[in-house]
Design a protein around this ligand. Structure first.
Ligand code: PLP
Length: 499
């Protein structure tokens, strides 16, 4: 018999799968070309010391997958599965003036800002305080794998087909329960599953905004929202915060400009970490109702509680017209790309129609796996694991910053979320801090990135989720040196050139 080089390990994956994988890989690499005749099942089984049925099953699955064909009496053969590679010469002459064809939206300042700040991943020894996502060790890989395995045993047309336009009802029902846990009322009919909360913001903007419409945001606000509003050609104006939230007098003055949308992060604003008081929430909503302004509440940092600090009620709990936007990216798994919008019944169909124009719905498999994850109570268990870890990371950063930073630099100790905002004195340029930080192999996010308009006074955002505690402590040492250098003080210290 020909030796086809298949080896199986008794302790590995089931034997028929090992045979499947090895034969499929030889076909892919061309070792078994089109028309190649595989050994009879009985012969291969005896060579591998396994039961003939195991080899029959592997061949049957390879045939079902389209790799093989078998004819009774003749044998099992490799099927044709790829043609000759087409010629792929790239034409060199480019005639279209792409930059002058760009839309106004693509040329707008927040979108260009995004292009300016896009950066390659730094080398390993660069301490990254810009990433706002769970590190590998705090991702629930095993729990999610179990849920994926479970849903993959369900009916293929459901798991691998297109999903309902507003998301699977099973997931929407779990989202409703999850929102109820946090005091956010939402009938299941009002919930729309989106591709991350970023898409939720985009759909709302596209549903409500025309070019020139005025949007009010926190003076320092989420850069991704600024980009969304820029893409709608809206005009963004920042409202300054006092200790309780958006300044009411400033809001009233802005009312004269007939704003259409007010975008807020009431629990932990990105980037400043500010949390709105209960009284201010009510007052802002009363103003918005009076001024007929649509309010977006972005609760991206939900469940990232670092202490038992009580939260005031959600805006959506105070006013059913509030558009509540949430996500599973920060507290669970960014790669799910699953977020949601809770929208009033008369608006939701418009959001669904706009979503359909963009992506024809979210991934079915991820939605079903997430619904399973929530149903099994894994989210709450996962939070029990990550909350103390993030608290320890925050404390490591804060302790070292407290010891190192000059007295002029101030900050609020974050009680939730994943970021810390450093206020800088007027004469310190955050871009300079970024540059000095890079020279010392630490990355931070300068506040211009988040500035709603030119009136905003920027600071620097430090995220404490990505790096472990020892690197956060070292990051604090480096950033303190960078700030001192940016303030015109001591320029010595651990300066290194970043590639
Ligand atoms: C305030 C805020 N909202 C929304 C998002 C969008 O996240 P995702 O699309 O992953 O849900 C982010 C991401 O960083 C964010 O910081």
């Amino acid at each position: 018999m020909q030796d086809i080089g298949v080896t199986v390990r008794p302790e590995g994956a089931p034997m028929y799968q090992q045979i499947f994988d090895q034969i499929a890989s030889r076909i892919r690499t061309g070792a078994f070309p089109e028309g190649y005749r595989l050994p009879p099942t009985r012969a291969l089984a005896s060579e591998l010391g396994t039961h003939r049925n195991t080899v029959v099953r592997a061949y049957a699955e390879l045939e079902a997958a389209g790799f093989l064909s078998s004819t009774v009496g003749r044998g099992t053969f490799v099927k044709a599965w790829r043609g000759e590679a087409a010629s792929v010469d790239t034409p060199t002459e480019r005639a279209l003036p792409w930059s002058s064809l760009l839309s106004e939206a693509a040329r707008s300042e927040p979108i260009r800002r995004f292009l300016r700040y896009r950066r390659a991943p730094g080398p390993r020894d660069v301490i990254d305080l810009t990433k706002m996502q769970p590190p590998e060790e705090l991702l629930p890989l095993e729990l999610y794998r179990r849920c994926l395995d479970h849903v993959l045993r369900g009916s293929a047309d459901k798991v691998l087909g297109y999903a309902p336009k507003d998301g699977f009802r099973s997931l929407r029902a779990r989202v409703v329960e999850d929102l109820a846990r946090r005091g956010v009322p939402a009938p299941v009919e009002d919930v729309l599953i989106t591709t991350g909360s970023q898409q939720g913001l985009d759909l709302i903007a596209r549903a409500l905004l025309d070019p020139g419409d005025v949007v009010i945001t926190h003076a320092s606000t989420y850069a991704g929202a600024l980009q969304v509003f820029a893409a709608s050609r809206a005009h963004v104006v920042g409202v300054p915060n006092d200790g309780e939230g958006p300044d009411l007098d400033a809001l009233r003055r802005l009312g004269a400009r007939r704003p259409k949308v007010l975008y807020l992060m009431p629990n932990h604003a990105n980037p400043t970490g500010a949390c709105m008081s209960r009284a201010r929430r009510s007052a802002v909503l009363a103003w918005a109702r009076d001024a007929q302004v649509a309010v977006i509440e972005d609760d991206y940092a939900a469940d990232l509680e670092l202490e038992n600090a009580p939260l005031p009620p959600a805006l959506r709990a105070l006013d059913p017209d509030v558009l509540h936007v949430g996500t599973f990216s920060k507290r669970l798994i960014p790669a799910l790309r699953i977020g949601y919008v809770v929208a009033p019944p008369s608006l939701k169909p418009h959001l669904v129609a706009l979503k359909h124009t963009t992506d024809l719905g979210c991934s079915a498999i991820n939605q079903l796996a997430l619904a399973e994850f929530l149903d099994r109570g894994y989210l709450v268990a996962h939070l029990n694991r990550i909350q103390p870890a993030y608290r320890a990371r925050r404390d490591a950063l804060l302790t070292e910053l407290r010891a190192r930073l000059p007295a002029e630099i101030t900050w609020q100790r974050p009680t939730r979320g994943l970021s810390l905002w450093l206020e800088l004195p007027d004469h310190v340029d955050p871009e300079r801090v970024l540059e000095e930080g890079k020279r010392r192999k630490v990355l931070v996010a300068p506040g211009h990135h988040y500035a709603a308009d030119d009136a905003t006074h920027p600071g620097v955002r430090l995220n404490f989720c990505w790096e472990p505690e020892d690197r956060l402590r070292e990051g604090a040492v480096r950033i303190a040196a960078a700030i001192e250098a940016a303030m015109g003080g001591d320029r010595s210290g651990p300066v290194v050139d970043m590639v």
